[in-house]
Design a protein. Structure first.
Length: 292
């Protein structure tokens, strides 16, 4: 096992602390709570898209620079780049404050979540797998299924590689095993490659993902927006986002109307609004129970 380190300049606002706090509550791929001694770092384990090897990564912030250290036996250069993508560090966000100047709702969101960069799934493959696992069951149940799959078929904390899912007899409810095999086959065929999805027209990318057996419109959007972490796509099938638009902008404003001011960070705005919605829910109902 070898190690590789990369430093990169992050363009625009960024706070690792804010982003890590967001990811720690991101149930589909939540990070375990980390000790106060590690407050200035983020640790994660994942599958490297380039070769489906297992890698461990540590991310730290040094002013406007990010230091990414990855350890594993596969393509570590690709692994480091993958960490940058899933934390949105590859996005030029120097224009992000301008969105606040055009939209007071987003100005409030940015002040409440200073330096937040949307943290996605480790890959479109894992986002697609989560979409299958979470169908027709509660989020906490899906999270337990995911943890069980990692324990049974994964590799020291990493989600099972697609070649593993394709061949294993998975003990899962309904047609989830069948759908996961379809996701695995598609990932191995390159359809779920991050670079492919991000370079395509967003509507075409969503349409391509929706051809995978078991994935509907909402799941396909999740794969493109949060799996590939594409920064400027407007969610069309996110009911809670639409509810937040009504709450923040009023019942007479449509998503298309208000989102005109969000370009080229429409995905980022959607994540911020969802995060604010979660904060408001906790303020009303009290702290949420741990998700695992």
């Amino acid at each position: 096992m070898t190690s590789y380190e990369r430093e990169l300049e992050v363009l625009g606002p960024w706070s690792l602390a804010t982003s890590r706090a967001f990811w720690e509550g991101f149930t589909p791929a939540a990070l375990p709570a980390q000790s106060a001694l590690d407050a200035d770092q983020l640790h994660t384990v994942f599958r490297v898209e380039a070769d489906w090897s297992r890698a461990e990564a540590t991310l730290s912030q040094h002013g406007s620079r990010a230091r990414i250290t990855v350890t594993g036996d596969g393509d570590l250069d690709a692994a480091a780049a993958q960490v940058g993508r899933l934390m949105s560090l590859d996005v030029d966000a120097r224009g992000w404050p301008d969105v606040a100047g055009r939209d007071p709702v987003i100005a409030d969101a940015q002040s409440r979540l200073p330096g937040l960069r949307p943290c996605g799934f480790h890959s479109p493959y894992e986002a697609a797998a989560w979409s299958v696992l979470s169908q027709r069951i509660r989020i906490v149940q899906a999270a337990r299924l995911r943890e069980d799959m990692i324990s049974r078929h994964g590799d020291a904390g990493a989600f099972p590689a697609p070649q593993m899912l394709r061949t294993q007899d998975l003990d899962l409810p309904g047609r989830k095993a069948e759908y996961l095999r379809a996701v695995a086959e598609t990932a191995l065929d390159g359809v779920l490659d991050t670079a492919v999805l991000r370079s395509a027209d967003p509507d075409q990318a969503v349409h391509a993902v929706q051809q995978i057996k078991g994935l509907g419109p909402f799941a396909a959007e999740l794969v493109v927006l949060r799996g590939a972490n594409t920064p400027d796509v407007l969610p069309r099938h996110e009911r809670r986002l639409k509810a937040e638009i009504t709450e923040r902008y009023g019942p007479d404003r449509s998503l298309d109307e208000v989102s005109a001011a969000w370009r080229p960070y429409r995905t980022w705005v959607a994540v911020h609004l969802r995060a604010l919605s979660g904060q408001r829910t906790q303020e009303i109902s009290g702290p949420a129970a741990p998700t695992g």
